[in-house]
Design a protein. Structure first.
Length: 224
């Protein structure tokens, strides 16, 4: 029998720095030691295989509260496409003249976020709602990747600057904000955002790879 994963998230540093909190995996703490209400424990699962028809590989990436799923698949020519699986029906997501398309997230209104590469192999972010694509790029970036979208239509992701350095970003109703972890880091990624506007991501620096969380100070008390 496989042993339970002995990984829990520990807050190592509560930064006054730009409201960032560093969190990493702590192998010393077992999940069995955490307090989980009995009513929240799931005792059984129903597994469903998801495969895009005719695809040689299918990957699921995200789902919303209604059970709509987005992800990607590779066709027989090894071209990557995004997809939406809604109420048992698959829909391919492809931007016109793209060399590949990825769907990375979907909110509860059905807005899909993702990224694609154009005919010049430049990567752009997009939002898709009711068949209409909105394409966007972080100003001055050489590539823009969308990571997640919340119900407030706030989008987070990654962009590359002219030196191919990674930065996180927030797109909030047309306004971009760059997200960079303080200090000497090799790159910052913004990966997820919830409906309170709290953002999670990771960074690489000082010989370590760690997670971070950006949160509004008024939403949660953080220990000193």
């Amino acid at each position: 029998m496989r042993k339970p994963c002995s990984v829990a998230i520990a807050v190592l540093q509560c930064a006054v720095l730009s409201g960032l909190v560093v969190i990493v995996s702590n192998p010393e703490t077992s999940l069995a030691q955490t307090s989980i209400p009995t009513s929240d424990r799931v005792t059984s699962y129903a597994l469903t295989e998801i495969k895009f028809p005719g695809a040689i590989r299918t990957g699921t990436i995200a789902l919303n509260d209604r059970g709509d799923i987005v992800g990607d698949y590779f066709d027989s020519s090894l071209i990557r496409h995004g997809f939406l699986l809604k109420q048992g029906t698959f829909t391919t997501i492809d931007l016109p003249n793209s060399t590949f398309t990825e769907a990375t997230a979907i909110n509860n209104a059905g807005v899909v976020s993702g990224y694609f590469s154009d005919s010049n192999n430049v990567v752009h972010g997009y939002l898709l709602y009711r068949g209409v694509f909105t394409i966007y790029d972080f100003p001055g970036a050489t590539a823009t990747f969308a990571g997640a979208v919340n119900d407030e239509l706030q989008v987070v992701g990654i962009y590359l600057d002219g030196s191919s350095n990674e930065h996180g970003y927030l797109l909030n109703h047309g306004t971009f904000t760059s997200i960079d972890y303080p200090g000497d880091v090799a790159g910052t990624e913004a990966i997820g955002i919830n409906n309170r506007g709290e953002i999670v991501g990771d960074f690489i620096g000082q010989g370590i790879s760690a997670l971070w969380m950006f949160q509004r100070r008024s939403t949660r008390n953080v220990p000193d």
